[in-house]
Design a protein around this ligand. Sequence first.
Ligand code: 5AD
Ligand code: SF4
Length: 444
Amino acid sequence: MNVYDSARMADVLAPLGYEPADAPDGADMVIVNTCHIRENASEKTFHELGRLRQMKQRKAAEGGQMVLAVAGCVAQAEGAEIMARAPFVDMVFGPQAYHRLPEMVARATRSAAGPGERGVLDTDFPVESKFDHLPEEQKLEGASAFLTVQEGCDKFCTFCVVPYTRGAEFSRPAAQIVAEARRLVGSGAKEITLLGQNVNAYHGAGPDGRDWGLGRLIRALAEIDGLARIRYTTSHPRDMDDDLISAHGAVPALMPYLHLPVQSGSDRVLEAMNRKHKAADYRRIVDKLRAARPDLALSSDFIVGFPGESEADFKETLKLVGDVGYAQAFSFKYSSRPGTPAALLEMQIEEQAKSDRLYALQALLTEQQTAFNASMAGRTLPVLVEKTGKLPGQLIGKSPYLQSVVIRGNPRLIGQIVPVAIDAGYANSLSGSVEPVAEMEGAA
Ligand code: 5AD
Ligand code: SF4
């Protein structure tokens, strides 16, 4: 989401004459786009700001001016503190305010030039949607694009800051999304990843006057000529409705890979997390998804050491992982977030126990991921070629299952989907060669 937001900020700033720089040093403007999801986010931000302050001073000593901004969810949650602790910062704004950047830049450059005035703080949740005020042109890098369809969250898992920093759930109208997708495809996108903090809770107004769910939206997007791949992230098990599940079987462009966080395999912990589903519900959903799309590869998020989690609870998480089988996963030690209900719970888990559990869980997940990747050897997969690799003659692309594939092939294949004969699968990637026929014709 922050990658998408940063790209949209660049779109908003382009008409003012700003273009992306390779590095912060010497730049006219630096925006630190922050994430607040886990611990240390704000300390990291202040650390980074200390470094940038020196660059800003250097630029000023040379007679220039660097506008320094903090954006994203740390700005949203701790805006006033940033202004107080880092007065050299010119602009602080939350994720809902970046369409107002031109106005903020005008105010910030005025106050940076004159004495007395202080920086700009904008952490409102404006009544107008930023999506109605963003420029249409989007610069696309490569053939894969992000598209935000939904923002915010009403689920209030007890460990999570998102409902507070990103605010209430909001879905963009379907027609607006389809139009943006058409423009992306027009500028060369072959793959679009639909984004939202709770993306499958999507319920936007459809052009037919009805509310569209994510399944309906995906079916409409799949009709766009030239859009070969559709993905979406991140989903909540509760919103995995039958229409969306059946889309996995019915829409060939919908890639056979799904990130579906479960967080824990223990019902006791899931209840304390306010996840609104039990482990058995999750298993049932996975079964339905696999019935619709037998080759579906799954990914998930896990938290270990949630307050009150016992060894027996943790074993249930291991059991669920063993039963479901994941192609990929993210796992974290629980970290207490100020303002969330779980931060106030007693029975916080000791650091050592959290580390031990994370180690055990990651060992199992890595084993599953490695086995999944190794099982690709000998198969021919369609790969979307993204960029050149580190070594000469190397290309990097993505398989349908979101695996990174290192390919021997010609750089003119970048941006294309080509059949790749996979010769090996490793812990984090696959390797293979472009099938000779594609090499000859340059396309698949
Ligand atoms: N501690 C640890 N992990 C967290 N996540 C969210 N909040 C916390 C927290 N307080 C994880 C969840 C979520 C992912 C994006 O980050 O697993 O799915
Ligand atoms: Fe956070 Fe996801 Fe729970 Fe929403 S559903 S509160 S974003 S973990």
